[in-house]
Design a protein around this ligand. Sequence first.
Ligand code: 5AD
Ligand code: SF4
Length: 451
Amino acid sequence: MSETAPRKRLYIKTYGCQMNVYDSERMADVLSPLGYGMTDSPEGADLVVLNTCHIREKATEKVYSELGKLKELRQAQAEAGGPRLGIVVAGCVAQAEGEEIMRRQPAVDLVVGPQAYHQLPELIARAHRARGERLAADFAPEEKFDALSTARRPTGVTAFLTVQEGCDKFCTFCVVPYTRGGEWSRPAEAVEAEARALAEKGVREVTLLGQNVNAYAGEGGLAGLVRQLAKIPGLDRIRYTTSHPRHMDDALIAAHGEVEELMPYLHLPVQSGSDRILRAMNRAHTAESYLRLIEKIRAARPDIAISGDFIVGFPGERDADFEATLQLVREVGHAGAFSFKYSRRPGTPAAAMPGQVAEAVKDERLARLNAVLEEQQMAFNAAQAGKALPVLFEKRGRHPGQLIGRSPYLQSVHVQAPDRLIGQIVTVKIEEAARNSLAGVLASTGELEPA
Ligand code: 5AD
Ligand code: SF4
């Protein structure tokens, strides 16, 4: 039916985490039968969807400033006789402050929370019919995933696959348990069916997604799921993100040592290296228990690359606490990491804690932490020089004749190589390392070597 439908242009702007990237792709899929094709700028679009993030104040504020711009664009477009620009707000800001969005920006046509994406076509049709009627809705997650995965049309050799949503951990700084709700896992059969369909369409690497992906509660837990997916023909690489230290169980650690398809890269946020602060954050682990955990994981898979999330300037964080974070960072040695200044989120316990840290202190700590993390990332990349790594080629690079792929450790690798190698795992001899990427030459073609 999509062949006969008139082409309408859809622009989706995605903020925040990979779960939003996954959701944006699914929204594009379900809107496609309505005649919506993707475009890469809001100018001239018929419909703009902002898929929003609520995790820090800055991310939330960006949404309102973007909405202001879109309202002006709609006016300009109408005056120029162009298409009427529909404006949809999706994602976590939609979930958390739908009412406020409509109040602050009346130009918004529709506010839709993460549990209602499969209903988008109907909601948009309804909003069309009764202009001004703006809706938010909630549905059961299982129904949503079934509807969305049926519509799925993968476009590349790598794909995200959401297996778990929500969070029960209630870290005191975080809005996720409120915006995305409690933990929920998709049944293993549904995940497997989607993974199989992806592999049949040429996907060779899947990244399993969840706010607490290793709390996956389907049959066999995450370790069982990984082992099951590893058997799917054509699916050669499996990754998962993001994890909580509390759920890094022995079965999952063992899988890292035994399942060849499970890539040696682990994003395992620790947030802080100070036990005082970890306690105030309600993290349910100490610096020491985290370090022991990393040790255990490295015993199972010695070359595993570790990445994490860090927050500086949590309420009550003193110099000594921050030094403890730097100390932990030095002991772990990271392949990459995300670091953030604490952002006070209304309604979370930490927002009301005494000892809020001055912005200038946060800035200074963030700069110092980043300096150490950047150094570690550079050292990790530099250590690959001279090695032969299996690289999965994903797309063309910026330079003629160049392809970009990924190493098992999630590093971008730039290589002069023919287009026909896109979708193949090929051994590359690494010659150069920069902080954000590697460069190398083909060592052989078509052969898959163990990671
Ligand atoms: N302030 C700063 N960083 C935060 N994160 C979550 N909530 C906040 C907040 N209020 C960070 C954590 C988390 C990552 C996704 O975002 O480090 O792991
Ligand atoms: Fe937020 Fe903590 Fe849950 Fe992660 S584990 S989503 S930081 S509450």
